[in-house]
Ligand binder design. Structure first.
Ligand code: C2O
Ligand code: CU
Ligand code: CU
Length: 570
């Protein structure tokens, strides 16, 4: 301790370096969680303005780590105390779409949102962040994000370091650009300020962590808006990767690098036994990233001003790790088998969907980018996926830059990258996958458990500026049709018009007034009941003049039969 302090003081006097000890966010343990998103500020830079931030609860930047236990029912209260609309999305978590926190489920300033669901995910590291359309980047890089650690009995039975902050370290790594007034820039291409759990890690600053001389676990999240990191340690120290985004790998994978695009997570185990007193660095070996991956080497723009961050294409330090004495009862060995991941067989897939990553021209470097040439439209449902479908999604990057593709609702298994089976680190459960230019990748997944005809799930590029720019699509998971023998009402006899409608909406059922009464219920996109009536006539006119414009779901029910329809109010 004293030694570290002296080294700090020497470093300060000699180089003007400031050292910050790694901050470990608090944990919140369920079943009830309260998250208050508020405005705050941090003096990130030694001179000039404070930086305005968003944070949760007692933090000034980022939020607490939520601990979820698989199988438990949880209840989260999200308070929006920023002066802006927001949403909070539970990235990687499998849950009903109305609690997913996508762009359709916004929380207005001063309001509260109360998702309740049962945790079904495997033990791994997930995270939460805002997802308001066109504002995700702005709100996330101001600090409105945090980690989620899911625990489950299978993982708990393995001998692995899991004492939070003692031998199991959360590392939220971000790289962003700050403007001349020290404010985070959502669209900054010259991202050069690296933050680890919200502490500055470069430009004369250094973050250090004290890690015990034993097996330690790190849960690394790349929470950057754009940059990919090629994580490794100084001296090319080797380590084991034990988990990818959504769960354990089958076996610890011995390596010297783990590449994470924005949104991706990895859990690694580092053996520091016998290293007490030594120091080394967590680094990004960005020189090894291939062209087109953000943060990797770039070609200078002929004649133009330098466009790129000084960190691009160089190997740089992220955090100093000082090895300190062992704790009591350290974990001394990790198991050679962790779990068994069972990807669905390709033969069981119901459909293959191809998603091409495109741009206006082949030369576009900074967007906008699209999926299959079309930009995101909140009113358009890109896919209706039958509940229970097993699907192969084929992602083809036709642009000049890499895109980390993310899908909500499910974890997937990579089955093929450029014609080859996935490498060990990509054989586990994932929800984000980095697709460099020219790559073509296939994953397989199953859409289980949660069907909702109203609120869609998203899929998008996790480069936040690409997402905000429209590199996003949405799908609903459709419930299975009820048995046909009972259906009297059917789509072809129900008419809802005009569509779009303005002041009034007519629901008509072909036939006559001898129909037994039917129920009409209208829901908005977040599933709120807007209108309900029991109609006895074949034609009902509903006054919609007070409704907000948007997409509405109409359910017409008679006895056991119900028909779902959608309409737009202008
Ligand atoms: Cu991490 Cu749709 O997001
Ligand atoms: Cu997500
Ligand atoms: Cu992208």
């Amino acid at each position: 301790m004293t030694k570290t302090l002296i080294i700090c003081l020497i470093a300060l006097t000699l180089h003007g370096f400031a050292q910050t000890q790694l901050f470990i966010p608090d944990t919140l343990v369920g079943p009830n969680y309260t998250l208050s998103m508020h405005k705050d500020s941090v003096q990130f830079f030694p001179s000039g303005n404070i930086s305005h931030t968003y944070a949760f609860n007692a933090n000034q930047y980022l939020g607490p780590t939520l601990i979820f236990n698989k199988g438990t029912s949880i209840n989260i209260t999200v308070n929006n105390q920023i002066d802006d609309t927001t949403t909070v999305h539970w990235h990687g978590i499998h849950l009903p779409s109305k609690w997913d926190g996508g762009p359709h489920t916004s929380i207005s300033p001063g309001n509260t949102w109360n998702p309740q669901f049962t945790v079904m995910d495997n033990a791994a590291t997930y995270w939460y962040h805002p997802h308001l359309h066109m504002k995700t980047a702005e709100q996330a890089i101001k600090g409105a994000a945090g980690l989620i650690i899911v625990r489950d009995p299978l993982e708990a039975a393995l001998t692995l370091p899991r004492k939070y902050g003692i031998d199991d370290f959360p590392l939220v790594v971000q790289c962003q650009q700050y403007d001349v007034n020290n404010q985070a820039m959502p669209l900054g291409m010259q991202d050069s300020t690296v933050l680890v759990n919200g502490a500055r890690a470069n430009n004369g600053y250094s973050v250090f962590g004290n890690f015990p001389a034993q097996l330690v676990r790190m849960r690394i999240l790349n929470a950057s808006g754009e940059r990919a990191f090629n994580f490794g340690f100084s001296g090319n120290m080797s380590f084991y990767q034990i988990a990818s985004d959504g769960g354990l790998l089958d076996a610890p994978y011995s390596t010297t690098r783990v590449r994470l695009g924005p949104g991706e997570r990895a859990e690694i185990i580092l053996n520091l036994t016998g290293m007490n007193g030594q120091s080394f660095y967590l680094m990004s070996y960005a020189s090894e990233l291939s062209m087109g991956i953000q943060g990797g080497p770039t070609m200078p723009m002929p004649g133009g001003p330098p466009m790129d961050s000084p960190l691009n294409g160089i190997d740089f330090n992220i955090m100093q790790i000082n090895v300190v004495p062992q704790t009591v009862n350290p974990v001394t060995n990790i198991p050679s088998v962790l779990t068994t991941n069972n990807p669905y067989s390709t033969g069981s897939a119901n459909i293959t969907r191809t998603i091409r990553f495109t741009a206006d021209s082949a030369m576009v470097m900074d967007g906008p980018f699209y999926f299959n040439d079309s930009t995101f439209n909140m009113m358009r449902m890109d896919y209706e996926i039958p509940l229970g479908n097993i699907e192969i999604w084929k992602l083809v990057n036709e642009t000049m830059v890499a895109h980390p593709f993310h899908i909500h609702d499910v974890q997937f298994f990579v089955i093929d990258r450029n014609g080859s089976p996935p490498t060990p680190e990509e054989r586990g459960r994932k929800d984000v996958v980095l697709i460099p230019p020219g790559d073509s990748l296939m994953f397989i997944t199953k859409f289980e458990d949660f069907a909702d005809t109203i609120v869609p799930f998203m899929y998008h590029c996790h480069i936040l500026m690409h997402e905000d720019d429209g590199m996003m699509g949405q799908f609903i998971v459709k419930p299975n049709p009820t048995s046909t023998s009972e259906i009297m009402l059917n789509n072809s006899i129900i008419n809802i018009y005009p569509n779009p409608a303005k002041n009034s909406l007519t629901v008509s059922i072909n036939g006559n007034d001898s129909f037994t009464p039917f129920e009409i219920k209208v829901y908005d996109l977040i599933g709120k009941l807007i209108y309900s009536e029991t109609a006895g006539k074949s034609r009902t006119v509903i006054n919609s003049s007070n409704w907000n414009s948007g997409l509405y779901s109409i359910i017409i029910k008679q006895g056991k039969n119900s028909i779902h329809k959608k309409t737009i109010i202008e």
